[in-house]
Design a protein around this ligand. Sequence first.
Ligand code: AMP
Ligand code: ZN
Length: 114
Amino acid sequence: MDDCIFCQIAAKKIPSKIIYEDEEVIAFEDIKPQAPVHLLVIPREHFSSLNQVPAGKEALLGKILLVARKIAEEKGVAESGYRIVLNTAADSGQEVLHLHFHLLGGRRMTWPPG
Ligand code: AMP
Ligand code: ZN
């Protein structure tokens, strides 16, 4: 997806602060952090949102969560707490149309979300 900003980040065609990467998953710092720890964990494969992920991708989705947990541990927020957010489609506020999980931590969060 040449016009997708997160595909371009995954391909290192545009710069980002990459925290983790392997053959399937990449994690980088959010450009506009909403918490002391704010990273985005994405699959390299392009899906516009969770709604477009086909059956058969269960392992990939689970792996993304475990990568997020590992980063939370490395960032020192695993015990204090963190939030993983997956915005999907318009009502959620999704802006970037490449599946991404937000990892937020390092401050007290409120509930319900806005
Ligand atoms: P969402 O509203 O769930 O689609 O969130 C998209 C997120 O991507 C926002 O938190 C943005 O700050 C973040 N973002 C947009 N462009 C970039 C970029 N080039 N590098 C890092 N994060 C970005
Ligand atoms: Zn993409």
